[in-house]
Ligand binder design. Structure first.
Ligand code: SF4
Ligand code: SF4
Length: 336
């Protein structure tokens, strides 16, 4: 038998969590667009599975701007104070499977040579409830990197929209079970995700091509459309570059982490004026190499869940999928 939760029961469950002081994040509509936002009332949320989101859930684990510590000068001393810990329960509901799948991809990065307690604490305190996909678009390619429209990787529970004001609930972890414990009823209804996106390129073959073609002129050719705005990195659930800067004055201030992007020209600009990645081709090579060679070599995951957000957000109709398709053609030529 399946476990079913009605939309009203789901709203009551989340409403009770908000009333108890939890932070609840859900898709919120703004005109025709939807973004993941913290809600203070369940009626602010849209509980409809969506392909296109304006942001990913990563900012609720790895914020755009985060204080590491504050400092204040007292006489000859400088007093440092750690930033307050994230100490509330957090529930992220409505994640796409390709959003949730980014979390286990990022876990080893934030728990590797440096244990990032900011990320790790948010991960421990968060329950992720994803929606199985009900449609895909031309930008989706989760299947090329091991995902699917009903992939449960990174989710604590997944909801299947039954189209009648209720969802089939499949709990994956103890956190997911705890959230829905006593909130569901048994039913013989079974939810289904949409068909998987069609993918006609081979990521493993492209990875091999990237490995063997660091100096290829193809990088400049395929990157001509890219203007280096960095939008693709900011919407990406797996991109995680950040910069650390001190803000304030000599006497008082804070050290902060801010999101950054390897697609921006200043990312690698040296004080001397030299830039080792001085063209967009070199910057795209870095992005693709990191996602499909360096990261999987180190952590055994592609640094990409195939969500397609980079392409949907790109003003130049570029992003990772068109780049992979162009490189796939090159790798096919190399095999001939
Ligand atoms: S691929 Fe598109 S979104 Fe990304 S940096 Fe280039 S122009 Fe901007
Ligand atoms: S690179 Fe593009 S397709 Fe891959 S996870 Fe990031 S936004 Fe999604």
């Amino acid at each position: 038998m399946s476990q079913i939760v009605t939309l009203e029961q789901l709203k009551q469950t989340l409403g009770a969590k908000i009333a108890a002081g939890a932070k609840v994040v859900a898709p919120v509509l703004d005109g025709e667009f939807a973004s993941f936002k913290e809600i203070s009332d369940v009626e602010q949320a849209s509980f409809v599975p969506r392909v296109c989101m304006q942001n990913s859930i990563k900012e609720f684990f790895f914020p755009k701007h985060e204080t590491v510590f504050t400092f204040v000068r007292q006489g000859a001393d400088v007093v440092l104070n750690d930033a307050p810990e994230f100490d509330v329960e957090q529930i992220v509901v409505g994640a796409r499977p390709c959003d949730a799948a980014a979390l286990p991809v990022l876990d080893p990065l934030f728990g590797w040579d440096y244990q990032d307690k900011f990320y790790q604490t948010r991960r421990e305190k968060t329950t992720v409830v994803s929606f199985a996909c009900t449609k895909t678009d031309a930008h989706c390619f989760c299947t090329a990197v091991g995902g699917s429209p009903e992939n449960t990787y990174g989710a604590d529970a997944i909801l299947f929209d039954l189209g009648d004001g209720s969802f089939e609930v499949r709990t994956i972890t103890d956190k997911g079970k705890a959230l829905f414990d006593g909130k569901t009823t048994e039913s013989d209804k079974v939810g289904h995700a949409c068909d998987a996106p069609v993918v006609d390129f081979d990521v493993a073959r492209i990875s091999d091509w990237i490995r063997a073609n660091f100096s290829s002129p193809v990088w400049e050719k395929v990157s001509l459309r890219c203007v280096g705005c960095g939008a693709c990195a900011f919407v990406c659930p797996t991109c995680h570059c950040f910069d650390i800067v001190d803000e304030g004055s000599y006497n008082k201030g804070k050290r902060v982490k801010n999101w950054d992007s390897c697609q921006e020209a200043m990312f690698t600009l040296h004080a001397s004026g030299h830039n080792p990645r001085g063209t967009q081709g070199k910057r795209q090579r870095q992005r693709l190499s990191h996602k499909f060679v360096t990261y999987p070599d180190k952590f055994h995951f592609y640094l990409c869940t195939g969500c397609g957000s980079c392409s949907r957000s790109c003003g130049q109709a570029f992003g990772v999928r068109p780049c992979l398709e162009a490189l796939d053609k090159e790798s096919a030529k190399s095999e001939q």
